[in-house]
Design a protein around this ligand. Sequence first.
Ligand SMILES: NC(=O)c1ccc[n+]([C@@H]2O[C@H](COP(=O)([O-])OP(=O)(O)OC[C@H]3O[C@@H](n4cnc5c(N)ncnc54)[C@H](OP(=O)(O)O)[C@@H]3O)[C@@H](O)[C@H]2O)c1
Length: 337
Amino acid sequence: MKLGTLKHTVDHKPVAGDFAIIEAPVPACPENGVLVRTVHLSLDPYVGSRLRGRHMGEAAPEPMKGAIPGAIVGQVIESRVPSLKEGDWVQSMEGGWQEVCALTAEHVRKIDPSVAPLAAHAGVLGMPGLTAWSGITQLAKVGAGDTVLVDAAAGPVGGTVGQIARIKGADRVVGIAGGPEKCALVTDTYGFDACIDYKAEGWKDRLAEALPDGLSVFFENVSADMAMLALTHARIYARGVLCGLVDAYHTETQSQHPLNAGLIIGKRAQLSGLVVYDFYPRWDEYIAEAAPWITSGQLKFAEDRAAGLEEAPALFERLMNGKNKGKAVVTVAPESV
Ligand SMILES: NC(=O)c1ccc[n+]([C@@H]2O[C@H](COP(=O)([O-])OP(=O)(O)OC[C@H]3O[C@@H](n4cnc5c(N)ncnc54)[C@H](OP(=O)(O)O)[C@@H]3O)[C@@H](O)[C@H]2O)c1
């Protein structure tokens, strides 16, 4: 089978040439688990940090041996546990860049293929969607009267944040994204009230115009600077969800991300750090709530797709440079065999 690995250790922002697709033996089915045929592979920004040993203390894979980490959606081809049988569809955060994954049962979640397209379980119903739902409904507790600002708004987290905020009753939802195409996706497809292109001249004035009554919630995906800018537009008692600092994932030295304490105090702001791991036990609850939103057309998603494991390095490089428009997904194998 094919397996995607590192050619060498990396201490820079990963590029396609850092990866190798090699032949590896099909693993044995673990005693307390399953063998899964990988169909869709999720590419996520945190993996870039993890390959440099910078993510939550998790180790980088061994070059020319270990699979690149990544969530997968796939089908069970062999099972040694009663809870899962051949043919079941599953999602796992522990799959990785490989055509067949050996997974223990605790790392596998059974999914219902009828509730949404299967690839959605890598994005809007996968870890990015769960992240958005957790921040909006469990931490910021968005409801009527709220004005919500989110950056990286064209991506799977940001795009879902704004749409769930709207579904939960927010009055106004504003995005920030890089470039006119991404902003069009955010307003025309995701239905945000406005999207500000931060690469365009005068964007900070446009942002102020888009928030005439300020904001009550901001959801930070990009940087401490962006979070501080959001705070300048905050009403008092605003809530901020600190989700990601993607702009700093590949800086040479990891900065300390200073926050303006005086501004936070003056705004009486409440800031919550979000780590999606805390919400994994509530994944099925999220899917039960969100799948009908997809069916009804209230929750839309976009995908940046590639086909075949060989295409994963190029798509990963695009993701590392913020060139993806929507969820980066590699379809490793056809859904039906
Ligand atoms: N806390 C958690 O548990 C958790 C879980 C999942 C994801 N996250 C975080 O949530 C954020 C969004 O994740 P996602 O999967 O939805 O990603 P994504 O939006 O598909 O990709 C990241 C986006 O960040 C923007 N960006 C801004 N500065 C960048 C830079 N210097 N390099 C690369 N991209 C840059 C780009 O969009 P623009 O061109 O629009 O700026 C890029 O498309 C990330 O920070 C991620 O790490 C956190």
